[in-house]
Write a new protein. Sequence first.
Lengths: 488, 95
Amino acid sequence: MTNKTLIQISDELSAGQYSSREITQDIIADIRARDAQFNSFITVSEELALEQADAADARRAAGHAELLTGVPFAHKDLFCTQGLRTTCASKMLEDFIPPYESTVGQRLLATGAVCVGKTNMDEFAMGSSNENSYFGAVKNPWDLNAVPGGSSGGSAAAVAAGLVPAATGTDTGGSIRQPASFCNLTGIKPTYGRVSRFGIVAYASSLDQAGPMCTTAADAAVMLNAMAGFDAQDSTSVQQDAADFTAELNQPLAGLKVGLPKEFFGSGLDPQVADCIMAAVKQIEALGAQIVDISLPNLELSIPAYYVIAPSEASSNLSRFDGVRYGYRCDQPEDLMDLYCRTRAEGFGKEVKRRIMVGTYALSEGYYDAYYVKAQRVRRLIKDDFARALAQVDVIMGPVAPTPAFDLGSNTKDPVAMYLEDIYTLSANMAGIPAMSTPAGFVNGRPVGLHIMGNYFAEAKLLNIAHQYQQVTDWHLQTPTSNTAKGA
Amino acid sequence: MALENADIENIAVLARLQVPATETSDYANSISSILALVDQMQQVDTEGVEPLSNPHDATQRLRPDEVTCDNQRDAFMAIAPATEEGLYLVPKVID
């Protein structure tokens, strides 16, 4: 049952080859048998999943099944799940059981999808390697010495290992696309405001977006159809009817104008990654696209601007963890100040504390204009760069990350070195445009993703391009050798 | 901009984080290197550029002032570390 696409499982459920209960039981058994080596799950949700599976089977028997009815998936462990603990990979929320369900979770449950568990991640989504987790690092199924990427590294590893056909992720500066690239998946960060943030533990609210991580573009389109849409509960949700993201999948690419920004192919890019990307671009050209050289002159500024805006918003968002209303509380506080300071010092990990302090500093009296407002002005320059480029071309392509997955432990000593890994992904969050990764080859056995960025609300176009590329390539169908060892 | 240990101590108070003395210099070093990275943007001329706080330049959407959900006090208090008779317990604030 593993290594099947989401659509394949949906078809097989429809054909009555097995019930949702059967595949859910198989998947949970498979996670228990094989996940110790990847550490991709924090919580397996057997009881709730089987209840959901039985409900899905009853719904199918009654003739009301939809595409996702009975199909198992996993949630990144920052989507609040009612009655199922939601840790954010933090000691702060180790025992937090949300009293409500995120909008994305509600939408997926409403289609009858079955949540089998919660995946590991960088604590509070802060990281690019999934090494900042209270529950331990995640290993890349393609190479257990490599990171899976971050912050949605558990979701990426779980899908790549064939444990689940799809998982949710969130992307604040690349946290869906970079792990998708490192683990050979299709992952899309939608336009800012497309998917509700309600019930997703906030990191940087003006940048956060949720999206699916799957094997194929067609699967991602089906998942996004369930996840996206206006939500009155999220004040930044865009009041626009969600499109059918599967509608354009089969359109030909003839006449498509693809921009290649020279800044994505500079000296920091691994030449072998560049070769993979250029080979993919050539194939897309062969499908009828026209390739145009473009420039995004302010790309490099996305790193400094992001590392002001994201920590600033995080320092504000994470002020809610005070040891009073929910989450961790230190023992024997002497007074209120001691309660706050020790609860937060003991509950948060090092990178989270570092970013809270950077943000606190940037927002403190006398520095606000020089840091936060300055970064917001730079952010507009980046948005304007994309507006100019996307007036010339339909989509922009390049690498997702400068290298394939790096070794575990290789970037943990120097936070700045880790931040520089995000160079190609941050700008789409700064501008709020949709962007995705689709598998495009391997370097020394480690996957490489092709980055496709488009204009606001152009998710269907991006998925169309990825789908057409996946019709003429089989990178996305490659699976790690560890997957063949499984029993199912 | 390089931060001293005293700056870290001050930021830690503002951020409500207890930072042990043994970790202060480590934070001073790593946060200084982050600020050095961030300071690259100070070279850029942004005169006349409007700050961007929402990618769609959207403003806060208001809703009608109507009751939209029931009181869920019991559900929310059930997950608190310490409560008593519908109140959250904290250490004594006023002597």
